[in-house]
Write a protein that binds this ligand. Sequence first.
Ligand code: TYD
Ligand code: MG
Length: 417
Amino acid sequence: MPRAGTAARPAVTTGKGANIAPSRLEVAGTDARFSTGLAELDRVLGGGVVPGSVSLIGGDPGIGKSTLLLQVAASAAPGRPMLYATGEESLGQVSMRARRLGLESASLSVLAETDLEVILEAAQAAKAALLIVDSIQTAQFAGLGASAGAVTQLKECTAQLVRFAKSTGIAVVIIGHVTKEGAIAGPRVLEHLVDAVLYFESEAGSRFRIVRAVKNRFGAANELAFFVMGEEGLKEVRNPSAIFLARAAEPAPGSIVMVARDSGRPLLIELQALVDRMRFGAPRRVAQGLDANRLAMLLAILSRHAGVSLQEHDVFANVVGGLALAETATDLPLVLALASSLRDRPLPQALVAFGEVGLTGEVRPVAFGEERLREAAKQGFKVAVVPQGNVPRKAIEGLMVRGVSRVAEAIAAAEAS
Ligand code: TYD
Ligand code: MG
């Protein structure tokens, strides 16, 4: 039997490659990004729009997608032509909105059109730097029998837009509504086709809007941008670290503020825990904005290493403001909130915490400790209970930092604060 690799391979003779020379890869000076006109959005995109890139921006109907992208179309890369193609609204409606937003639209062209080929031709004729398609659900490629919004149309139109962007260098932003059955027929089926995927989120009833990058070929994923929806459209929130922090006047058991940082910068966020005597046969463990498995693990650690047993209790944990946190720095504050709720003893309102907790009951340091502490001090917090390894060498003015290395020690330190 011949050994692998020893068999003679036949020469490839299709002839297809004969006249094709691969391009030399230009590495220096290829990043010709341009600004969207909104610094927050630029940051989420990794520093602006990459020519020839395709971004998908999804969100619930009415959240502000058209508003945001019309603002971008009017303020991005001044002097360079932009094309905003809408299949959702008439020209009259778009111009009313633009007037309301007070937009200067010298280089902005609007096209009310659903036929994708017409849109592409117009973008090419206009030599647009950026083409905005509002929305992918209304776009239609005539060559397909399916009606607009059908999955085959969504995919084909997106694939055409990608091909168009790559061959012309025109950047494309695709708007997509997240439908109720979003997972199947919404923008999610398009995520793998495009370079960047942004989601527009908001807490019900809130004026704040968050744009989250869930995928980005040209930047970091999980970056967040914050906006507030006002009379004149969306305004950036430049210093969002405390926008979720609207706390009750009186300290309440089970509530604690943590400094999160899984969005690319420090954010002060309130975590809440509620433990209550079990009502039914099996204890409930409910986590909103937190990982439920992580919560179960922390409950076991509390029981084994801090003498806090919640086996007979229903446990609820929540991130206030509707954010979802995926970093381990939520462990320590969550443990403190659970103990506080169980003992019905409030923690001081000037207290913040962050840190990871391990299975042996040890408290482990997390990244960006000093940055988190500085932000807490800036927002007026006085005491921080943090992993020993995150205690800064130089004191931070106005903030007493208590380093802890065990869970039980952390609970005692928080209660004594
Ligand atoms: P829109 O951009 O049309 O949402 P989408 O394209 O995601 O469906 O946003 C519509 C909502 O925004 C609507 O409820 C009105 C509100 N809005 C303002 O509050 N201020 C404004 O300046 C504008 C233009 C809209
Ligand atoms: Mg819209």
